[in-house]
Design a protein around this ligand. Structure first.
Ligand SMILES: NC(=O)c1ccc[n+]([C@@H]2O[C@H](COP(=O)([O-])OP(=O)(O)OC[C@H]3O[C@@H](n4cnc5c(N)ncnc54)[C@H](O)[C@@H]3O)[C@@H](O)[C@H]2O)c1
Length: 348
């Protein structure tokens, strides 16, 4: 049985707590402590789960031993909280995005390397059945050469959403719709399309009173020569409309849509394959755009800890999206295309 501590008891923590309660029933994992500077939030989780509540991360980590720290704090704090876990030899499981500052993510990677602990980043959409099926088709070479990979994230976040917490929409702790809402889609595009060579973007803050963007159009050039784009906005009227990924290749076309990559809308290849029979069953209908992926993600993490699987989403993997997002923001600021180095300082 692996023990988990939880940092940050806000909105997304519910997915982690639900998942850990499910895994506890199976005897696989247990939540032993949680912390939040807002004491009522930590107490509510403690009452539900029987774990110990804390107001400070440091005192929680000092007083309660756990195998893994699950980090659900504001995005700009993730790397420092990964480091806090690593210093104590505790594995870190960070919510997406890995961070808002590439240098801080590099320091977190180095800290985990130095202590030999795992650094996992949550990108639960990779575990959607539709996405996993697409990935299998890609790995089987069914697309041939890739030509174009594009993603639309047409979601809605009213001003109220930003008023709920002061970190939202700030450059330091959040970023805008690309860094927050679309970061899963940035990950999808780079996971499917491979290494990105350069990025060019226009962004705007058209309607929300926030520091960062509420709308962005990003163009990508992949090292393979393929092109791509990500269009993201939080201004869709009147509600979330689309979270999609389209891949156009030499011998295949796939589009996964729905509000959050939950429905295969196009699945065409030049040659049939037994996996085509799985397309219908891969469609799901999640109640929220967070989807169903946290449970399968935690199962994957437990398999890695047991030595039964290779980690799919490490700090280095999460860093790739952070670098693309940072490049898009730099391009939007400067009006120039920005090259992606793809090297983190710990790998030099
Ligand atoms: N995987 C997903 O689909 C998904 C969905 C939503 C949010 N997220 C990510 O989860 C993170 C949290 O988002 P949220 O919507 O739950 O935000 P939230 O504001 O609802 O919750 C964050 C919580 O962290 C607490 N906190 C702040 N500083 C802390 C500290 N030093 N130690 C402990 N707790 C601290 C806050 O008091 C708050 O309760 C963000 O990085 C966001 O991008 C991921």
């Amino acid at each position: 049985m692996r023990t988990f501590a939880l940092a940050g008891c806000g909105r997304i923590s519910k997915n982690h707590v639900d998942t850990l309660l499910e895994l506890e029933k199976e005897g696989a994992a247990k939540l032993v402590a949680c912390c939040d500077p807002i004491p009522t939030r930590a107490r509510a989780i403690a009452e539900r789960t029987g774990c110990r509540p804390f107001q400070s991360l440091e005192s929680m980590l000092d007083e309660v031993q756990s195998d893994v720290l699950s980090i659900c704090t504001p995005s700009g704090l993730h790397p420092a909280h990964v480091e806090a876990a690593a210093r104590r030899g505790v594995d870190a499981l960070s919510e997406k995005p890995a961070g808002t500052d590439l240098a801080a993510v590099d320091r977190a990677i180095e800290a985990c390397d130095a202590r030999g602990v795992h650094y996992f980043v949550v990108k639960q959409n990779r575990f959607n059945r539709s996405v996993a099926l697409l990935r299998r088709a890609l790995e089987a070479g069914r697309f041939g050469r890739l030509y174009m990979i594009s993603s639309n994230v047409y979601w809605t976040r009213p001003q109220d959403y930003y008023e709920q917490a002061r970190w939202r929409g700030t450059w330091e702790f959040d970023g805008g719709c690309l860094s927050n809402q679309a970061s899963h889609y940035v990950d999808m595009v780079q996971w499917m399309g491979g290494a990105v060579e350069s990025v060019q973007a226009f962004s705007a803050t058209l309607a929300r009173r926030i520091e960062a963007e509420d709308t962005i159009a990003v163009n990508l050039k992949f090292r393979s020569g393929a092109l791509g784009s990500i269009n993201a906005t939080n201004l869709t009227y009147p509600k979330n409309l689309e979270g999609s990924l389209t891949i156009l290749g030499e011998r295949g076309t796939v589009r996964i849509g729905g509000v959050a990559l939950n429905r295969i809308e196009q699945w065409q290849f030049d040659a049939p394959d037994p996996m085509d029979g799985e397309v219908e069953g891969a469609n799901t209908n999640p109640a929220s755009v967070y989807g169903f992926g946290h449970l399968p993600y935690y199962r994957h993490v437990l398999e890695v800890l047991e030595g039964e699987a290779e980690p799919l989403l490490t700090g280095r993997e999460g860093r790739k999206s952070v670098e693309i997002i940072a490049a898009a923001y730099e391009s939007a600021r400067t009006g120039r295309a920005v090259q992606i180095s793809g090297r983190n300082s710990a790998s030099k």
